[in-house]
Design a protein around this ligand. Structure first.
Ligand code: ATP
Length: 138
């Protein structure tokens, strides 16, 4: 069996994850990618979405990330994100309220709407609601 790798998910405020894991799947801007121990080094930007990983006991875990960057080394994956939350950190009602706010903004015909900002807010809220409900299977 492959060796474990060290996963670090870091925000400006804290370490959201720092643990030894079996595999990491992350939402790269060019598509989702997986990293196992011994992977060729690479650097990529991330989309808003979910990082899935298998912890050292083989249990599936999911973490919300608001985009950012990932560096994969043979024994380590480091993710730097503006925000990252585990399922239990997410306030579902807050995410739902953010989703509805963004949806209203996108639906309004006002000229001063920043569509890219509203869309990104909606994507964050949608991914948070998803992770809060278990993040789907992988
Ligand atoms: P909101 O409009 O609800 O603030 P947002 O998408 O603008 O949502 P962010 O800018 O991504 O929020 O995050 C700001 C801070 O609030 C971060 O520290 C983030 O971890 C935290 N945060 C945002 N939404 C939630 C949530 N639903 N549950 C828990 N923490 C959250």
């Amino acid at each position: 069996m492959a060796e474990d790798i060290q996963l670090e998910i870091v925000t400006p405020e804290r370490y959201a994850v720092s643990e030894s894991v079996q595999i990491v799947m992350a939402p790269g801007t060019l598509g989702e990618f997986g990293v196992l121990s011994g992977h060729t080094p690479f650097l990529t930007s991330l989309q808003i979405g979910k990082v899935h990983y298998k912890d050292s006991s083989g249990k599936e875990q999911v973490v919300f990330v608001s985009g950012g960057f990932a560096e994969a080394l043979p024994d380590r994956v480091t993710i730097l994100a503006e925000s990252a939350e585990r399922q239990e950190d997410i306030d579902y009602s807050r995410a739902k309220a953010a989703y509805e706010r963004a949806q209203e903004r996108l639906a309004s015909q006002k000229e001063d709407i920043d569509y890219a900002r509203a869309r990104a807010s909606m994507q964050r809220a949608f991914a948070r609601m998803d992770v809060s409900q278990g993040g789907g299977t992988h």
